[in-house]
Design a protein around this ligand. Structure first.
Ligand code: PGA
Length: 247
């Protein structure tokens, strides 16, 4: 595990983008595992700028995203497909036919999960998986649980997540109650993992994940067992790790 410290969100975004850009430069046909959320937005902006400047080519890149809400189409502005299109895919020369996000509208959820595992497999696995981290240590929609989930699966969103999401929707009834997410096993199978974290709200989760016991109650703690994890975090997110003299 390597921790790259950044002074603030901007510097974190640039360092993380440089690592992903290096991956694409070294292996132009990389399979990238991508993530949504507020943390990677700045990083996607840098990647877009470098693509426009002619310094970074996405033409051979493929991608698989971590998760998607159930019941939302890709046109819904709260869907993760929509997020990826508007934050990255619409702005770079990636072939959208090679960008995958779990199918939120699939009627047969089990088949959709099996299909997604198969997509990852048929691409030859993920070269670099980008991850954010939840304040409770979640990765993708793998929330604290009694066991680590292996493959892509359906999750019931917790009441607190539903409440937190409610502000984006017209009514409580419109808020998705389920999501489809890669499992911890899918994530751990990636060759390299790039975890980004910013802000004080992530400090405890980051410390617990990187230095606490490995437990499904802190899903990101499993990353301690991965052979190639890079963490790019700003000083606010690193506060506890710094205070304990671990870096
Ligand atoms: P955030 O979400 O980037 O919006 O903080 C990260 C996550 O919950 O995985």
């Amino acid at each position: 595990m390597i921790i790259y410290a950044a002074k603030d969100y901007e510097e974190m975004s640039k360092k993380a983008a440089q690592i992903m850009a290096a991956q694409i430069t070294l292996k132009p046909n990389s399979v990238l595992g991508l993530a949504t959320g507020s943390t990677p937005v700045g990083m996607y902006r840098h990647l877009t700028e470098w693509n426009h400047a002619g310094e970074l080519d996405f033409s051979q890149v493929s991608s698989v995203n971590l998760d998607e809400y159930r019941g939302l189409s890709g046109e819904n502005d709260q869907s993760y497909r929509y997020f990826m299109n508007t934050n990255l895919f619409d702005h770079v020369n990636i072939d959208k036919a090679r960008t995958f996000v779990p199918d939120g509208l699939a009627e047969d959820a089990d088949a959709a999960c099996a299909d997604y595992n198969e997509i990852i497999c048929s691409m030859g696995g993920i070269d670099m998986q980008l991850l954010g981290i939840g304040g409770n240590g979640h990765i993708g929609f793998n929330e604290p649980a009694d066991a680590f989930a292996q493959g892509t699966h359906i999750v019931d969103l917790t009441e607190s997540t539903i409440q937190a999401n409610a502000r984006f929707f017209e009514s409580m009834d419109d808020v998705p109650k389920q999501a489809i997410t890669m499992g911890v096993g899918n994530i751990m199978s990636a060759d390299k993992i790039l975890l980004v974290a910013s802000g004080e709200a992530k400090a405890e989760a980051l410390y617990n994940s990187l230095y606490g016991p490995v437990t499904p109650q802190v899903p990101a703690s499993i990353l301690q067992f991965h052979k190639n994890v890079m963490i790019v975090a700003d000083e606010a997110a690193l506060r506890i790790i710094r205070e304990k003299g671990l870096i």
